[in-house]
Design a protein around this ligand. Structure first.
Ligand SMILES: NC(=O)c1ccc[n+]([C@@H]2O[C@H](COP(=O)([O-])OP(=O)(O)OC[C@H]3O[C@@H](n4cnc5c(N)ncnc54)[C@H](O)[C@@H]3O)[C@@H](O)[C@H]2O)c1
Ligand SMILES: O=C(O)C[C@H](O)C(=O)O
Length: 332
């Protein structure tokens, strides 16, 4: 029997990540090749014509899984009965934009969109905030949409997670699919801590810790970390625009693993609310290692945290606390 369509909202759909992710969702990359979808595409009035163009292309692509499209600039219409919300809408950072300016513009957008989701989305709607500052936008959304379960409000750090796999694979000349269990701790920002202490890779003789294979421990503690922390900026510099295709891919990975579960023995990084695990202040939206099962995530417990990691994890938590207070002052 055919499955009931899932309604997926994409805000900022006329933007460059929107351009990449809309066809991915409509072709089953996010929710699987047998899952029909209805797309709700939201953007602002100035982007209405592009939004209309995307809608025309969706018609022209004659996609078997796509059971309906609502392309609108009306937030209420966009949020109606959505099961999954992918929040891209906002003003992105260009080469010269300061993160603080972006924060003040975007948190007020997230307050307004939280109120609409609160009232009109399906009760069990799963939310993924991509737009920056992603963790803090998600925190504001959680505050202003209190009836959406807080477990359902997440932000994207999967792009950083995937970037870390890519960096390690290139360095070690192995394939990304042979590496697992990297962790991105904290903020999707330059203070993020990409932790390789638990990474393993597949060999003919089973799984081995990555540290056995990387002779250059210094690289892991220095250049690897700064490359990761600066990767978003490096992409902006090279493309004169922030990551698009890789961000869309990561957003699909995030939702797919959340809905269908993480493979046995692996975890992924997701920005989720802290319950105090690993000494991270409760309530922050912080990136943790999570396992997913039956549509629910849980933070991986019991990992050994060394002194270096502790300091890095606390530094990124501190930045999130500062962002939270700045965001709240912008909303007063
Ligand atoms: N978390 C991550 O890993 C990650 C990675 C890359 C980019 N980003 C962020 O994702 C966001 C989207 O990036 P992009 O490159 O697609 O930007 P973009 O400028 O190409 O698209 C953003 C879209 O949002 C729309 N928009 C603005 N205000 C809106 C509102 N109130 N409601 C609905 N739509 C609105 C704009 O009109 C535009 O079409 C940015 O904030 C960017 O910084 C996050
Ligand atoms: O907008 C940015 O700062 C970069 C973006 O979040 C990215 O990681 O590519």
């Amino acid at each position: 029997m055919a499955k009931i369509p899932v309604t997926v909202l994409v805000t900022g759909a006329a933007g460059q990540i929107g351009d990449a992710i809309v066809p991915m969702i409509a072709r089953g990359i996010m929710l699987g090749p047998d899952q029909p979808v209805i797309l709700h595409l939201l953007d602002i009035e100035q982007a209405a014509e592009s939004l209309h163009g995307i809608r025309m292309e969706l018609t022209d692509a004659a996609l078997p899984l796509l059971k309906g499209v609502v392309a609108t600039t009306d937030i209420v219409e966009a949020c109606k009965d959505v099961n999954i919300a992918v929040m891209l809408g906002g003003s992105p950072r260009k080469e010269i934009t300061l993160r603080k300016h972006m924060l003040s513009t975007n948190v007020s957008i997230y307050k307004a969109q939280a109120l609409a989701l609160e009232e009109h989305a399906a009760a069990d709607c799963k939310v993924l905030v991509v737009a920056n500052p992603a963790n803090t936008n998600a925190l504001i959304l959680k505050q202003f949409a209190p009836s959406i379960p807080k477990k359902n409000i997440t932000c994207l750090t999967r792009l950083d997670h995937n970037r870390a796999l890519g960096q390690i694979a290139e360095r070690l000349k192995i394939h990304v699919s042979d590496i697992k269990n990297v962790i991105i701790w904290g903020n999707h920002s330059t203070t993020q801590y990409p932790d390789v202490n638990h990474v393993t890779f597949t060999t003919r003789n089973g799984e081995r810790p990555i540290r056995e294979h990387v002779a250059d421990n210094h690289w892991l503690k220095t250049e690897f970390i700064t490359t990761m922390q600066q990767r978003g900026v490096a992409i902006i510099k090279a493309r004169k625009a922030s990551s698009a295709f890789s961000a869309a891919t990561a957003a699909c990975d995030h939702i797919r693993d959340w809905v269908f579960g993480t493979p046995k023995g692996t975890w992924v990084s997701m920005g989720v609310y802290s319950n105090g695990s690993y000494g991270i202040p409760p309530g922050l939206i912080y990136s943790f290692p999570v396992k997913c099962e039956k549509g629910k995530w849980s933070i991986v417990q019991g990992l050994k945290i060394d002194e270096f990691s502790r300091a890095m994890m606390d530094a990124t938590a501190k930045e999130l606390i500062e962002e939270e207070s700045l965001a709240k002052s912008c909303l007063e």
